[in-house]
Design a protein around this ligand. Sequence first.
Ligand code: HEC
Length: 128
Amino acid sequence: MISTGTKDRIMHRSLLILSFLAFIIAGTAWAEEEEAGAQGGADWLQQKVETCAACHGEQGVSENPAFPTIAGQHESYLYHVLKAYRDGERENPVMATQVTGLSNAQMRALAKYYAQQESPLYTPILDR
Ligand code: HEC
């Protein structure tokens, strides 16, 4: 026969161990999500471009002259200009807020995405 006191202690320990495990699992999932975000993975990108669409239009084709069309511009240009906004080399308070805290990988993912979208812009590819 196990005494009530021992039962209580066993229950208490099991609960402690369970909450500890839950904590570890939740932490790992969160860390993986963070990591995927910092890498500019597909889920992150899909969410992010919805923000950009508010000003730059769906897929980066702007319908408002106040905001440039970013679809179909050169990938390297897009990447460098995003970095320039983040690092303060190109000053624009609106865009600076948009790119604050983005990693280079995330900006690369954004640049690649917009460079690949169909666009009314003509951006010649120069043979070197
Ligand atoms: C609140 C409106 C707004 C949002 C949201 C926004 N932008 Fe912009 N963006 C602007 C404005 C305004 C400019 C022009 C700024 C300037 O003159 O430098 C601009 C400029 C740019 C340029 C430079 C275009 C060029 O031809 O030089 C790029 C690239 C760009 N934005 C990408 C993005 C991306 C990627 C996002 C989403 C992460 C985003 N923007 C979100 C307003 C916005």
